[in-house]
Write a protein that binds this ligand. Sequence first.
Ligand SMILES: [Zn+2]
Length: 292
Amino acid sequence: MKIAIVTDMEGVAGVVNFDDWVNPTSRYYEQGRELLTEETNAAIRGFFDGGADEIVVIDGHGSGAINPLLLDERAYFSRGWAVYHQFGLNDNFDAVAWVGQHAKAGTLRSHLTHTGMPIVIDSRINGISVGETGKAAMIAGFYGASPIFAAGEEALEVELKELGERIHFVSVKRGVTMDNGLYLDTDEYEKHNLGAVHIHPKEARRRIYKGAREAIEDFIQNRCKFPPVCPPAPYIMETWYRKHGDKPAFKTIQRYDTDLMKLFSAPREVLSEGEYELPYEFVSIEEQYEKQ
Ligand SMILES: [Zn+2]
């Protein structure tokens, strides 16, 4: 039983904002790395105790965030991937899991919300809206691995359940921003989802251990209930971008007939504003406030 754990930084308990935490120049970057690595270790312990034979930790944060010295000594650490082999998920995994993950751009009541970069409004593969989790789930699924577990901020659960009803989830913090920021520019959107209520990092680790252990035990018992996420070829990826500085909003389309890996580096057709419709509608604070 071989498991890939894809890690990110923005969905970790105690990681509060972008500026102070997630960049190599951030004043709490080292502390953020430690928080992430310990959450990852909790998942590793849970997976090994539940029946995993081999675990590879795939550091998916832009600038990298796992501290290899603090990582559970039984796990492998993966970083730096060849073209067409995104995240190294082609390496015969049975299952894929996430730690420190956040919801996709535009998600309500989410924390440090984005899809890849703050400029992205949404990304769709074969019409299915995917955040970073969904994209990695499809790459893993293309090679036959099933999504089984994620830990991260609470709003992630909705998109996770769309990838597979049975996927186990542990929330470590809850975002409080009530509108989806559809029309914000890149800089404004980066500052948009900074509010959250966090659980204590040590409590997060306890919950992640338990959740990961239950997930792998469930997967071993009921493997057919965890289908890989694998849309059929041909592939099309649409991505909508915000306005950024003087540059107006735009949309790109990429196509590849047979190979999902090659889709991500396929040439981009660029549409300008007015040539496309936005992927979702604006939701205002007022609308959400009324619903409470
Ligand atoms: Zn991310």
